[in-house]
Design a protein around this ligand. Structure first.
Ligand code: PMP
Length: 442
């Protein structure tokens, strides 16, 4: 594979075809893009033509080393042969039945084997849906309504959860009692009135909250590593404390591992930090690039679905075409040394990038195969620490990298993902490009 890759050219890219397509698409698709963040690509949204391994190509023929990886799913890179073979075989055998297939049971057994918290599991299509299912289960199991959600964390775009994921200093309110900030016009306040917004990574803050309202709380919903407002690890003991507080109050602990599942290890962040939630949401890397998500957890909670007390459904729930990718992903990620190799590459990238952007006031924060850049006083422990960062500088860095063939997430809330198919050639080339980008910005 390495032999097919071109050395990226030294000129910065031009995007004539993409610009023409964007003008046409804007007439029929709002913003010309299918998901809001894609509109943030600077100098303007780009159109891709194909991908292979760690690379992708736009419609102008520009080649990119891809660290966006479809916003996380492509843990095996683009068009991995094990996935295309498995999904191709399923496609020829039928893509949807609306009744069970053996594959659904087999993938469920895999997840039960891999994730400490999962005794039973149901499949959905998006991370958002898995989160909604988990919250419904937690409310049904506890007979309570309130869900604790942390500011700066993202759990999807629907009315119930698209709140306080990136509030500004003016919006976020008193740190002791953060405001609930809807993310969109048109959201029904009724959908999110049963949420309490809390600061993440601050055990005393949560202790206070539980002291005040513990017996009303159905669940604490958290990303075990904060991935959507900087990549921030939990401080030592924090997740254990969440577990204790939930246990004491009779509330459920939900880990949203849509980002971390399969990305930071085969057994999730829950194994890494040794904290077992009651319910786990998976998505993104689970399928290596297909719309599959999962909600799993303790048998007695999941059995609320068995008993038909909790409703979960979907025309495409447990869709075999998408599920066919999962065993291929699990098999590839189970090869000895795979995570060590990805993490070593990620570390080389992080170290190299840190050195390059430090003179511009930049730093890199992250862990395992996921990290982000920031420009400001330094890595923080929560969303409010990162308010003092300069988002424009992240934006500028990303643009300068992109026009030199390195593609990363377009938002200032930065994420870079590394896959099993990135290698030292990619990292060398990325750092060479980053050096040029930094020189252009200096
Ligand atoms: N949870 C987390 C932690 C996420 O990062 C995301 C998506 N970025 C979601 C849930 C929602 O997933 P989806 O976009 O598949 O609905």
């Amino acid at each position: 594979m390495a032999d097919d890759r071109m050395m990226l050219l030294d000129e910065t890219y031009v995007f004539g075809e993409s610009a023409a397509m964007l003008a046409r698409a804007r007439d029929v698709i709002p913003g010309g893009v299918g998901s809001n963040d894609r509109g943030l690509v600077d100098p303007h949204p780009l159109f891709m033509s194909h991908g292979a391994g760690s690379r992708m190509w736009d419609v102008d023929g520009n080649e990119y080393i891809d660290y966006l990886l479809g916003y996380g799913p492509l843990v095996l890179g683009h068009a991995h042969p094990a996935i295309t073979e498995a999904v191709g075989r399923q496609l020829r055998n039928g893509s949807v039945f609306g009744i069970p297939v053996a594959l659904e049971m087999e993938v469920a057994e895999m997840l039960v084997d891999l994730f400490p918290s999962i005794e039973m599991v149901r499949f959905c299509q998006s991370g958002t849906e898995a989160v909604l299912a988990a919250m419904r289960l937690a409310r049904a199991a506890t007979g309570r309504r309130l869900i604790v959600k942390f500011e700066g964390q993202y759990h999807g775009w629907l009315d119930q959860v698209a709140i306080s994921y990136a509030p500004t200093t003016e919006q976020a309110g008193d740190p002791a009692h953060p405001a609930t900030v809807p993310g969109s016009d048109g959201q029904s306040p009724g959908a999110y009135e049963d949420f309490i917004i809390a600061q993440w990574n601050n055990a005393e803050h949560l202790e206070q909250l539980f002291a005040e309202r513990g017996d009303e709380i159905a669940a604490v919903l958290t990303e075990p590593i904060m991935c959507n407002f900087g990549i921030i690890e939990p401080v030592s003991g924090y997740l254990n404390r969440l577990r204790e507080l939930c246990d004491r109050a009779g509330a459920a602990l939900i880990f949203d591992e849509v980002q971390t599942g399969f990305r930071i290890g085969l057994h999730g962040a829950q194994a890494r930090y040794g904290v077992t939630p009651d319910l786990t949401c998976l998505g993104k890397a689970l399928s290596g690039g297909f719309p599959v998500s999962a909600v799993g957890g303790r048998r007695e909670i999941m059995d609320l679905i068995t008993d038909r007390r909790v409703f979960h459904a979907g025309t495409y729930a447990g869709n075999p075409l998408c599920l066919a990718a999962v065993p291929a992903v699990v098999s590839e990620l189970s090869r000895p040394g795979v995570y060590e190799q990805m993490e070593a590459l990620s570390m080389r990238l992080r170290t190299g990038l840190s050195e390059l952007i430090a003179p511009l006031g930049g730093y890199v924060q992250g862990t395992s195969t996921i990290f982000g850049t920031g420009f400001g006083p330094g890595p923080g422990a929560s969303m409010r620490d990162l308010w003092h960062n300069d988002p424009e500088k992240v934006f500028d860095l990303k643009r300068e990298l992109r026009i030199r063939g390195v593609f990363t997430k377009p938002t200032p809330r930065d994420i870079w993902y590394v896959s099993t198919v990135h290698d030292d050639v990619d990292v060398d080339e990325t750092l060479r490009r980053a050096e040029q980008a930094v020189a252009a910005l200096a």
